[in-house]
Write a protein that binds this ligand. Structure first.
Ligand SMILES: *Cc1c(COP(=O)(O)O)cnc(C)c1O
Length: 398
């Protein structure tokens, strides 16, 4: 028998992430159990019937739900202030499920053009195969969102801050345009983390995460989650999720629960270091520009201050010498790892133009500001002095 200990309302995020959503078995385990089971045994044929009718609240099959994945969902719901959620095997399973479950042939979607590469593939290629047309806009310009609206527009989709140039989009302004058009706003909130930005409070209808990033935060596993109102989950996602099978593995859900416990400590530390590193880079003679949401010289600093309560663990910066200098910098690092993940305890860096964004046309990269000299740095929790020494040393040798 699983017992839920109700958490009191109004707890802070760090308390919530240690306690919320815990389901404790009769063994009284302190740390959440991993329920590695695909199914559940019923006491009687009557109980099985009631469960399938939805009259008995127990579990049916782990493609639908599982005690460990449900703990992860409930903990995220408590943090996000969402009424319901479904966890997924990866961030892309979350994005594609959240979009496909509410769109059908003949519908139209408006999307910001600055998107994570796979998200762009889903909107541009997968949805169009289903007969859903897409219009891409500069997310920062409300007039473009407004002008893109058609009678059959059902969904607005965007991320903010964006990958990799950390553009900031005004969530409340875009939500207002979406709702006036009868559309729903879906936000990919990975870069802000659930600690620094609350899209549902700002007017978004659905928020999605790749839990692979800051939520796990230790480079161990893939995961994702979609959070929204009870009504939206019931109307669009509940059946679609059960029958198409994007479910998260209970083992990964457990790793993500452990990740959530320490997320505030990790993200706070990494953000503090990122601010210091961004300031140091901004003054460096080999750097043309630094994009960091916590700095006053960020082009969208006013919007960032309005909707985010922290800077970011990510920094984008451009070397004056283009690709050659960017590569020399990347190759000169000794501590910082060259890899395309982000939100990790380790500091990681990538050259977007030749990796994560290589499939975009030169024109699309130019539009997004992804120059050949641009590097993206995901700051970890190492001692900031060590990171500065490594980064400045690599710049010195460029
Ligand atoms: C990583 C990422 C995704 C995809 O998540 P996976 O867990 O790798 O599938 C989606 N959106 C953004 C903004 C991301 O950074």
């Amino acid at each position: 028998m699983l017992k839920r200990k109700e958490t009191k309302r109004g707890l802070g995020p760090a308390t919530t992430l240690v306690h919320a959503g815990t389901l404790r078995s009769n063994f009284g385990e302190v740390s959440e159990a991993i329920f590695l089971t695909q199914g559940y045994v019923y006491d009687s044929a009557e109980q099985a019937e009631a469960r399938f009718k939805g009259e008995d609240p127990g579990f049916i099959y782990s493609r639908y739900s599982n005690p460990t994945t449900r703990m992860f969902e409930e903990r995220m719901m408590a943090l996000e202030g969402a009424e319901d959620a479904r966890s997924t095997a990866s961030g892309m399973a979350a994005v594609s499920t959240a979009l496909q479950c509410q769109l059908r042939a003949g519908d139209h979607i408006v999307s910001a053009r600055a998107l994570f590469g796979s998200c762009r593939y889903v909107v541009e290629t997968v949805l169009s195969r289903m007969g859903v047309e897409a219009t891409f806009v500069d997310g920062r310009n409300p007039d473009e969102w407004q002008a893109a609206v058609r009678p059959n527009t059902r969904v607005f989709f965007m991320e903010t801050p964006t990958n990799p140039t950390l553009e900031i989009v005004d969530i409340a302004a875009v939500a207002e345009i979406a709702h006036a058009a009868g559309a729903r706003l879906v936000i990919d909130n990975v870069f802000a983390t659930p600690l620094f930005q609350h899209p549902l409070e700002l007017g978004a209808d659905v928020v999605v995460y790749s839990a692979t990033k800051h939520i796990d935060g230790q480079g161990r596993c893939l995961g994702g989650i979609v959070l929204s109102s009870k009504d939206w989950i019931e109307e669009f996602m509940h059946d679609y999720y059960r029958h198409t099978g994007p479910a998260l593995s209970p083992f990964n859900a457990w790793a993500l629960l452990k990740g959530l416990e320490t997320m505030p400590l990790r993200v706070t530390q990494a953000t503090r270091s990122a601010g210091q590193i961004a300031d140091r880079l901004a003054d460096h003679p080999k750097i043309a520009r630094v994009l960091y949401p916590g700095r006053d010289d960020h082009p969208d600093a006013a919007v960032a201050r309005k909707q985010m309560s922290g800077g970011s663990t990510l920094i984008a910066f451009e070397l004056k010498g283009g690709k050659n200098e960017a590569f020399a910098f990347a190759n000169g690092l000794e501590l910082v790892l060259l890899t395309n993940n982000l939100g990790d305890t380790r500091t990681l860096t990538t050259h977007p133009a030749t990796t994560t964004h290589k499939n975009l046309s030169q024109e699309a990269r130019d539009q997004l500001g992804i120059s050949d000299g641009l590097m993206r740095l995901s700051v970890g929790i190492e001692d900031v002095e060590d990171l500065l020494e490594d980064i400045e040393g690599a710049l010195e040798r460029v």
